[in-house]
Design a binder for this molecule. Sequence first.
Ligand code: XIL
Length: 472
Amino acid sequence: MRTSLRTSLRSSPRTSPTTRRPSSGARLAALFTGVSAVAALLVAAPAAQAAADTPLRDLAAARGKAIGTAVTGSKLTGTYGDIAGREFNWLTPGNAMKWASVEPSRGTFDWTEADRIVDFAEAHDQDVRGHTLVWHSQNPDWLANGTWTPAQLRQLMTDHIALEVGRYKGRLAAWDVVNEPFNEDGTFRQTLWYNGLGADYIAQALTAARAADPAAKLYINDYNVEGVNAKSTALYNLVKDLKARGVPIDGVGLQAHLILGQVPATFQQNIQRFADLGLDVAVTELDIRMQTPATDAKLAQQRTEYEAVFKACVAVSRCTGVTVWGFTDSDSWIPDTFPGEGAATPYDANYQPKPAYYGIVTALGGTVTEPPPPTGCSAAYSVQSQWNTGFTGQVTISCAAGSSLSSWRATWTFGAGQRISQAWNATCTQTQAAVSCANASWNGSVPSGGSVTFGFNASWSGSNPAPTVTLG
Ligand code: XIL
């Protein structure tokens, strides 16, 4: 039912600026100006005519904000590519620009995925946030396990920055130059860089990045710095000091890997205090994870929390925008990194927008049109539980008030080789991918306003996309 929600905005035809530069800020301003006149027209139009889907990027642009997503370069085709291109105006390579990805062995470079993402972004009039140059994680073994003098380490770091930033000079809008420099208590994290070069590695890295691309906005990025706390205060003191010393620093990135129910109450206040230093603030890696399986109640809460995060950014003019760390649950790092947790992004694993998507729409000033009350009878498919080779599925056949059935047959096509082994409360047959399930002798009747459910066990491998069920 969620999937039939429609979004609209009192604005925003898709415009296609023909030049990529000047900066997105200028482009957004131009779009915004163009939008005002159209907005007046649309407000007066009947609701039905204004109820076309409005991509998130148009809603965000009308507010002068970026909306980004982390992406995997190899997936930028098909539905994944369509959504990434349609809904977002910023991209961050999820892994493709990390040191281990671009220089797996010393002096051997692989820019394939990074180039692919930058090319895709330019073709879709998107900005790119480079991620990330100096970090303690996802470094190549040759670097992480090497023995380096401070002078060698500094040379490695500044050469890496000069090479990577230089490669994309003029094409990237921003760089996460230094990633995750702090411990939770606000002390500096003991890393390859800190241990070898001291805290000054941060200033050295920023200076090298500025030299390599003077137009790119330079950021320090960290997690658990969304609210006012010891770690964010350490970041605050660092960037204040860097600015005072004339070190090039344009903004802070608040990653925002959040847990359902734990969005910090001081999020907006914290954004504001960085903005008051004269810095840009970007929410760079938003996801809101929950214990799986997701339930309607958890997804509804997640919608409220996505809305709150976006509203906090909208409320502060120097908050440049929000990037989600993967837009679909099928491309999220959460299940691998936090076993038992997931469902953290705005789209489900089948690329259907979740309630969280509509929370973003609301925060960005769009309107969500609730679907008309259901009529007729329909079937809803869900996976109840899933293990490494099998899953239990369920289909619920519901009839709206005024409709009923005396017998039924539900059919669908399994798109990824799933095979039913056993069914209950229905008689199911499967011929290759085609599944057909008819009512049992005792449950053919579905009354007005009532429902009937049947279930099955099936095998799967690789992926387990949900099919669309047709009722006959
Ligand atoms: C994550 C990626 O999403 C995963 O695919 C990878 O295995 C590990 O790194 N903070 C960051 C990101 O700055 O680079 C991390 O990305 C998530 C946490």
